[in-house]
Design a binder for this molecule. Structure first.
Ligand SMILES: [Zn+2]
Length: 374
């Protein structure tokens, strides 16, 4: 009896030790540190740390103050004597610290840059912990694991490639969809698993980290980066998707509003060739997206690019047909987003068809190589 109980106890102990070892590995592993800009122009900020911390002068490393754990610490911009201060844990690793910034919880510590008498609030966070706040915001955790892994590798590559994007603002990346959506510790079990399983893996091209752009839905075919941003990347070319086309989106505008916005008198006709996905023409790219359309008005004729039309009239994509019907201008199209790189809905479909994340990434980012860099 005793022996049985004893062995059960040993089994339980072994189990918990194994679990804590996995957690310890997850917790203490190193990854590159990022500076994520949260807010700027702030007069004061309320911070709370999960462990004892020190405030240092970011320029010299000199210690300014000790900060106890679990106590609200208010920083007033007028009281900050240095141009940049960092608050880091005193004894534990950065990735094991939690910082509450104005009531919201983040992994890592904080940096405060003083600019024109106000503060820029920056989260100092290791890349793997940053991803835990990005992946669940960028892709629904109800998507298959292989799609989540593909999303994770794309987001990790994007972050590494675009690090220093906001150097002029004093940080690496912002927390909005201008860079990648980042929401502190709003983590999720499935995306955490995708992050853990692909730890340190990025896409490489020609010995450099690839700029792994992604978007919601290609509408049937992705777009070459050159057609959207005028930049060249041999791995960001237009690729067909074999998924079934869904219902098109429709955006209708009163012809009068349309004409006023373009300042063309009254709209009379639109010159744009008909959309066939995957077929180029003089006014359409190789995926069929609108390069430009000519709009004839009673007082003026204007030519607008697909991107200009998309921005001006808040269209989901540039993969559309455009007609005048009665007193309305009607846009009918497919897809959602800029169309460059991986399509998240496409990744979902491929994962449901049994594709691995490696295969999904190789499909969208042609000629890239998956590499574990740490
Ligand atoms: Zn940004």
């Amino acid at each position: 009896m005793f022996t049985k109980k004893f062995s059960a106890l040993i089994a339980v102990l072994i189990f918990f030790t194994a679990v804590s070892v996995v957690h310890a590995e997850k917790k203490s592993a190193w990854s590159p540190e990022l500076r994520i800009g949260l807010t700027s122009g702030v007069k004061s900020v309320t911070l709370k740390f999960s462990a004892p911390c020190v405030m240092i002068d970011a320029a010299t490393g000199k210690q300014l103050k000790k900060i106890p754990a679990e106590k609200n610490f208010v920083v007033d911009a007028t009281k900050v004597s240095v141009s940049a201060a960092e608050i880091r844990p005193e004894k534990i690793l950065l990735q094991d610290l939690f910082t509450t910034i104005d009531g919201k919880k983040y992994f890592g510590g904080v940096r405060l840059n003083k600019v024109n008498g106000s503060l820029v609030v920056i989260n100092l966070v290791p890349l793997e912990e940053y991803l835990r706040g990005v992946v669940p915001k960028e892709m629904s955790s109800s998507f298959p694991l292989e799609a989540l892994k593909a999303q994770t590798v794309a987001a990790r590559s994007f972050a590494m490639k675009n690090r220093h994007r906001h150097e002029a603002n004093g940080f690496d990346l912002c927390a909005t969809n201008h860079c990648q959506l980042y929401d502190g510790t709003s983590t999720d079990e499935m995306s955490d698993r995708a992050i853990y399983d692909t730890r340190g893996e990025v896409l490489m091209f020609d010995g450099k980290v690839a700029d792994a752009n992604f978007h919601t839905d290609s509408g049937g075919m992705t777009e070459s980066v050159g057609e959207v941003w005028g930049t060249a990347a041999p791995y960001l070319i237009a690729v067909k998707e074999v998924i079934k086309l869904g219902e098109p989106w429709v955006v209708k505008l009163p012809a009068q509003n349309f004409s006023v916005q373009l300042n063309i008198g009254n709209v009379r006709s639109v010159k744009l060739s008909k959309l066939t996905i995957g077929k180029s023409s003089v006014d359409r790219t190789s995926s069929g997206r609108v390069k430009f359309a000519q709009i004839v008005g009673t007082s003026k004729t204007v030519t607008l690019t697909g991107n200009e039309l998309r921005q001006k009239f808040s269209l989901p994509s540039t993969l559309f047909d455009m007609t005048i019907s009665g007193d309305e201008v009607v846009f009918t199209g497919y897809g959602h987003g800029h169309g460059v790189g991986m399509a998240q809905l496409g990744a979902k479909s491929y994962a449901q068809d049994g594709w691995s994340y490696e295969k999904i990434l190789a499909h969208y980012y042609r000629g890239t190589e998956l590499k574990k860099v740490y």
